[in-house]
Design a binder for this molecule. Structure first.
Ligand code: SAM
Length: 472
């Protein structure tokens, strides 16, 4: 473990700007402010309608496709459960089963069918009738929305314990946060929201905004943190003792409801949050950086943009990237810290440790996970020494930094129209993101992700910009 003293965080940031966090929400299509207090959410400039999941605003570029995908995922879950139930029922026809086996199979059927009914009770009333379970948004573009149910049991069902998983997560975040005040805090990929809720109760005068895409976790979290109690069954197909195949959890918020004026839910993409820049004192990424973004470097740019100077990025979680993330983009702690510093953060304090992770209170199964916690402070000005560290220029790595012009740029010509376009777009102010947007608009291929467009722009810059050459 390594430590550095934590800088006291000034509350002053909140004083100059009296806006509440919902005032900072922007249309993800045209960046115009959206009035979240309105009954119907519609962008007054581009006209895009933003529905709600229950009462949670869905501020995504394609909100109806999102709702359709939720419905589609609900239907797929139902089909899956139906198949399993039919299969177990068929097995129950066999004459050679022990009475105990029959009993267990029956409990399993009731458990998984009951779990499906519980999930339906949470989600279905929130999905508009008219939404059809298909849409232009591919389901792969959303996290697997029903995979995360154990977070609900852990966050709101498990009993309090001195060294429980929720308690340990809170104390670790407080340790790296030090005695500073969190101020305006954004929680990315907040999931079932227990950590955000606990911090809210520790700091009642701070203001929190939680973002996630998972409709079940998020709507259950919204209900529980607004005083409702929900019951949900845990059922699994793992064998141990007979009594370990199913049980019911009652989900309740242990310290009562949140203060609605200081705790806001938004279904939104945390990698590209539809929020004013430079507003947050703290951004928390709990178990998120290896799951949410396609490329962590893009998330670091977002964090830099969204934080105030002096604001803090607080991370907690493993570095367990999906297998489809290229190995060169699965960063270790040291690479992550190097990236953060090149982007304009000062890193520290930090700690890493192996902790129990989702060890089920039903059957004792789960795992130990290596987890990294750190706090990184956004510097007032970019670090000059970033250039002298060696390696690529920071503007090539990150999407938020201006790309410098170069000698001879006006005379540049290439047969490749994309390269010509990239070079003619460099004006000393535009960033990788700005140029990628121009390229994407011209290409007009919606199936290509912005991360892929940025990669293409980076390749063009590498070929032509003298700043990308070691001697440049
Ligand atoms: C591993 S879970 C962690 C949940 C929670 N932070 C916790 O520690 O229990 C990752 C969460 O990130 C959410 N997520 C993934 N990609 C996201 C994105 N682009 N924007 C917002 N949330 C996202 C998932 O829905 C999920 O709830």
């Amino acid at each position: 473990m390594s430590r550095e003293p934590v800088q006291k965080h000034a509350r002053a940031g909140l004083q100059g700007d009296s806006r509440s966090l919902p005032d900072a929400v922007r249309c993800p299509r045209c960046s115009t402010g959206i009035d979240l207090g309105a009954q119907t959410l519609r962008c007054r400039k581009c006209g895009q309608f933003y529905p709600r999941l229950g009462t949670i605003p869905i501020i995504l570029p394609e909100p109806l496709a999102y709702l359709a995908s939720c419905k589609g995922q609900m239907d797929r879950l139902a089909e899956q459960v139906e198949r399993t139930v039919l299969d177990v029922r068929e097995q129950l026809q066999a004459a050679d089963l022990l009475p105990l086996t029959r009993e267990r199979c029956q409990t399993t059927i009731e458990g998984i069918a009951g779990q499906l009914a519980d999930v339906r009770t949470i989600l279905e009333p929130l999905l508009p009738e008219a939404i059809r379970p298909e849409g232009s948004l591919q389901s792969e573009q959303l996290p697997a929305t029903l995979d995360y149910l154990p977070y609900l049991y852990r966050d709101w069902g498990w009993p309090a314990e001195a060294q429980g998983e929720n308690e340990h997560a809170l104390s670790t975040v407080e340790e790296v946060l030090g005695d500073g005040h969190p101020g305006r805090t954004l929680v990315m990929g907040a999931g079932a929201c227990r950590l955000a809720y606990d911090l809210h109760h520790r700091h009642p005068d701070a203001e929190f905004m939680v973002l996630d895409l998972d409709p079940v976790l998020f709507s259950a979290a919204h209900a529980v943190t607004h005083g409702q109690s929900l019951s949900i069954r845990e059922a699994n197909l793992e064998m141990g003792d007979l009594g370990q195949s199913a049980r019911e959890w009652l989900l309740v918020a242990p310290q009562g409801p949140v203060d609605d004026a200081r705790f806001h839910f938004l279904v939104a993409d945390a990698v590209d949050p539809p929020l004013d820049p430079g507003l947050f004192d703290t951004v928390l990424t709990p178990w998120f950086i290896d799951q949410g973004p396609e490329d962590v470097r893009d998330l670091i740019s977002t964090l830099h943009l969204i934080l105030k100077p002096g604001g803090r990025w607080v991370n907690l979680g493993p570095l367990k990237y999906d297998l489809d993330v290229p190995i060169s983009r699965r960063f270790t702690r040291e690479e992550l810290f190097d990236l953060a510093e090149r982007a304009g953060f000062r890193v520290g304090p930090w700690k890493s440790e192996a902790v129990p992770y989702l060890v089920s209170k039903l059957n004792g199964r789960g795992k130990m996970e290596w987890v990294l916690a750190f706090c990184a402070t956004k510097l007032d000005a970019p670090q000059e020494e970033s250039e002298s560290r060696g390696g690529p220029p920071a503007w090539l790595v990150f999407r938020h930094l201006p790309i410098p012009t170069f000698d001879g740029q006006g005379l540049f010509w290439s047969e490749a129209s994309t390269i010509r376009m990239v070079v003619s777009s460099i004006d000393g102010r535009r960033t990788l993101d700005d140029i990628a947007l121009l390229v994407a608009e011209r290409a007009g291929q919606p199936d290509i992700s912005m991360s892929q467009v940025r990669t293409a722009v980076r390749q063009c810059l590498q070929q032509v910009h003298p700043g990308c050459r070691p001697e440049g």
